[in-house]
Design a protein around this ligand. Structure first.
Ligand code: PHE
Length: 507
């Protein structure tokens, strides 16, 4: 007894097009039914859930030559061009000056470096102290990488040696991508259904204003949602985890009673250093450690009375037995503008009363802002990072208050094993560096610097109670939270997209 089966339009089309012995790809079904592949995929899963078709999946790899790779297919690889120029210049018999050969090769800009870094590796010859030689036995016409590139441009499925493919990939000349290919086959039940005849049910996938206003919604049949279906993943934009964590840090500090500071990224050395009792001949104040501004080079409007008090502290110290540095102090030097190396410049501005007027204790302030340092790039250093600056002004603060504040703060991020190490800052006494344990490597990671501001800093600023303060690195906090080992995983062109896409910042 055959009963006609009623199916929504896309499913009806797919089941009638699929076959029991010939697996059909989603793309082929999409072509044949004139439905978009997403619709066909959805319909196939629906049919599969009802036992009418079987869907199989396999991951297919595709290789594609990059734009740079394609230029080398037309113009030859840079190292091959260098070799030809070297031969031309007689480098097969004796060393020839590099400058001469590069000039003759016509290689330009980054191509020169590319040629140099591949030349010796591929046995074309030797480059040593400014001279190049060419191996007469090398054969550029059978260059493995060049041949493979040319073959791939012709046929992306060309069968090639793995190590050559890997080296092309490393050179950025080849890209590998993966996609899931699904095929659909009718099951026995599916065959029976097709033989019994398929009727197309008019179902509505989406409720529209028209359906509502016309009242038609009362009569139509709605397509059911299949919440188990494997949907295509959409990688939309999202807020970077560093930014998300910065917001969370702000919320945490606001919750702890802090107010936010704001101020210039490029500032006078006066606010960045002099107000912090940093001697003008301190090594960190030399030109190679700071990013100076070229235009404008100096700030004009420093508060004159404050400048005078800061200068006096530097020259004579503060208090009865104060000494000061007895080193030169120049206002011109203090007015020079640089990118701030720490946001303690903001703390100096606020504490001095310059930003929002004189402050009466108790007060708590913070900022989560960018700072700039001329560091050597490595897994834990970039030229810029976000500093979590903060200070508490109150009568009678002690190291316990400082440590307790950090423990309370970091505990909100699940970090409960903070360690402290005595440290030195010209502007704090005592001073402590903070460390946390990396969750995967177990190494101690420096996460911040802190202390209690010295009278030499506070007195000129006009503060006559205690102030404890700190600068913590947001990126290092993130490392402890998420376990990545290299800052470059979250910043810049080497970043780990999967980490950025999938990490959730939870409150
Ligand atoms: N300015 C310090 C740094 O950048 C941090 C700090 C701020 C230390 C305030 C003590 C007090 O490392």
């Amino acid at each position: 007894m055959n009963k006609q089966m009623k199916l929504p339009q896309a499913q009806a089309a797919v089941i009638q097009t699929a076959s029991a012995d010939e697996p059909a790809s989603i793309d082929a079904l999409a072509d044949a039914t004139d439905h978009p592949p997403e619709t066909v995929t959805g319909a196939a899963f629906e049919l599969e859930a009802n036992g009418l078709v079987a869907v199989t999946e396999r991951v297919e790899q595709t290789l594609s030559v990059t734009a740079e790779g394609e230029t080398y297919v037309t113009d030859e690889l840079p190292e091959v061009r260098l070799y030809r120029a070297a031969l031309e210049a007689g480098a097969d018999t004796e060393g020839v000056s590099m400058g001469q050969v590069i000039g003759a090769s016509g290689l330009e800009g980054p191509e020169v470096d590319i040629a140099l870094s591949n030349y010796a590796r591929k046995g074309y010859g030797i480059i040593d102290s400014g001279e190049i030689t060419a191996d007469p036995d090398a054969d550029p016409d059978s260059d493995g990488e060049a041949t493979a590139l040319a073959a791939l441009v012709e046929d992306s499925a060309a069968d090639l040696e793995t190590d050559i493919l890997e080296s092309l990939e490393r050179r950025g000349l080849l890209e590998r991508s993966e996609r899931t290919v699904r095929t659909v086959t009718l099951t026995e039940d599916g065959v029976t259904a097709v033989m019994g005849g398929i009727e197309t049910a008019e179902t509505v996938g989406q409720l529209t204003p028209e359906l509502l206003t016309s009242g038609e919604w009362r009569d139509v049949e709605f397509a059911e949602y299949n919440v188990d279906a494997d949907a295509e993943r959409r990688e939309g934009g999202r807020v970077h985890i560093l930014r998300q964590t910065a917001e969370r840090v702000k919320d945490t500090l606001v919750g702890m009673g802090f107010q936010e500071m704001d101020g210039p990224h490029a500032d006078a050395d006066f606010w960045i250093n002099d107000c912090l009792f940093m001697p003008q001949d301190h090594p960190a104040r030399t030109h190679w450690d700071r990013f100076a501004l070229e235009n404008p080079t100096h700030i004009d409007d420093l508060p004159a009375d404050l400048v005078e008090r800061v200068e006096r502290a530097h020259r004579e110290g503060v208090g009865e037995d104060g000494e000061g540095y007895r080193s030169p102090w120049s206002e011109e030097f203090a007015r020079a503008i640089a990118l701030r190396g720490h946001t303690t410049s903001l703390s100096a501005r606020y504490l001095s009363g310059h930003e929002i007027g004189e402050l009466e204790p108790p007060q708590r302030y913070f900022s989560v802002e960018k700072v700039y340092r001329n560091d050597t790039l490595d897994p834990t250093h970039l030229l810029e990072f976000f500093q979590i600056e903060g200070w508490v002004m109150a009568e009678d603060l002690s190291v316990r208050d400082l440590m307790g504040t950090f423990e309370e703060f970091y505990a909100q991020f699940g970090i409960t094993d903070i360690e402290f190490k005595p440290h030195y800052n010209p502007y704090t006494e005592p001073s402590f560096e903070l460390f946390g344990t990396h969750p995967t490597t177990g190494e101690l990671v420096e996460i911040g610097n802190s202390g209690i501001f010295r009278p030499e800093m506070l007195e000129p600023l006009g503060v006559d109670c205690d102030v404890m303060a700190w600068g913590l690195a947001l990126e290092r906090l993130l490392m402890l939270m998420y376990g990545f080992e290299d800052i470059r995983d979250i910043h810049g062109t080497l970043c780990d997209l999967q980490l950025l896409r999938e990490t959730e910042v939870t409150y």
